[in-house]
Design a protein around this ligand. Structure first.
Ligand code: PEP
Ligand code: MN
Length: 285
């Protein structure tokens, strides 16, 4: 065999992979899954308010960083294990699944109960971390590195599958370009290419891709139209007070607006928006 990707390729599983995150919830099937929450867990009130906003909008998964990979050592580094506990508590109140980042294998004992373990963009080629999560066989969200080619991204996913874990969701979060008006450049072609080349679900993070709140709804709609399987979106109850990434956080009302506007776009590509069972018949709510 050559050194290229193999297990992740669509030919090895033409029907596609679904990654279950809880009862009645999987990514990679027909339902389009929106994961939302703040960049970081900051305190009990902030994550409780964020969790309520996410549940009210009808999203099934709460995000929030506790082990944070910050560009500067002087920036807020996250609450660590205590943050994970607050996140799980806030999510449980509303019956939400949780996605949060694992920075290194030593974080894992604190991450019991987390439905989806995120490998951050900067760690996409941290091969020791990939091998550790492959052995764990729990769902993994693999973000594309800011300077990684699609091939490198798929090979990072190949490490997980080769190690025995096929519960992998890919996430495009923007790559480094020359254009300064956005934080990164959202590569929607990569979403289409990854969907064509692999059997793994692919979601889009329009928040880190753009860095700007006013771009998040339009690019989320574009991602859905391009065939993404879901979104990872930052939302904060009080973005002006956020300890990280406030400028790209949606307000709770904007998350509601995003969910409303996704309904026809998702329907246009032959699938449906994942909504709590009680709301499925109440179209537009
Ligand atoms: C995040 O989602 O919390 C994050 C840090 O994103 P990225 O790794 O894509 O920069
Ligand atoms: Mn962030």
């Amino acid at each position: 065999m050559n050194g290229g990707p193999h297990l992740v390729l669509r030919e090895s599983r033409p029907e596609g992979t679904q990654v279950p995150l809880g009862a009645g919830l999987a990514v990679g099937g027909s339902p389009f899954v929106v994961m939302a929450g703040p960049c970081a867990v900051e305190d009990a009130a902030q994550i409780a308010d964020a969790s309520a906003a996410v549940a009210n909008a009808g999203c099934p998964v709460l995000r929030g960083g506790a082990f944070k990979p910050r560009t500067s050592p002087y920036s807020f580094q996250g609450l660590g294990a205590a943050g994970v506990r607050l996140l799980l508590e806030a999510a449980a109140t509303h019956g939400l699944a949780v996605v949060t980042e694992v920075l290194e294998p030593a974080d894992l004992p604190a991450l019991e109960g987390v439905a989806l373990l995120q490998i951050g963009a900067r760690n996409m080629q941290n091969f020791a971390l990939l091998k550790a999560l492959a052995r764990l066989r729990r769902p993994v969200l693999l973000k594309r590195g800011p300077a990684a080619t699609i091939e490198e991204w798929l090979l990072a996913a190949e490490y997980l599958l080769d190690g025995g874990n096929d519960q992998v969701i890919l996430c495009e979060r923007g790559i480094r370009g020359f254009e300064p008006s956005t934080r990164n450049t959202l590569d929607l072609a990569a979403v289409v290419i990854a969907k064509q080349r692999t059997h793994l679900p692919v979601i889009v993070d329009p928040s880190h891709a753009t860095g700007r709140r006013e771009l998040v709804i339009p690019l989320s709609l574009a991602a859905a139209a391009a065939g993404a399987d879901g979104l990872l979106v930052e939302v904060h109850p009080r973005p002006a007070e956020a300890l990280s990434d406030g400028a790209q956080a949606l307000l709770p009302a904007e998350l509601d607006e995003l969910m409303r506007r996704l309904i026809p776009v998702v329907a246009g590509v032959g699938r449906e928006l994942w909504r709590p069972p009680a709301r499925r018949r109440a179209v537009g709510r």
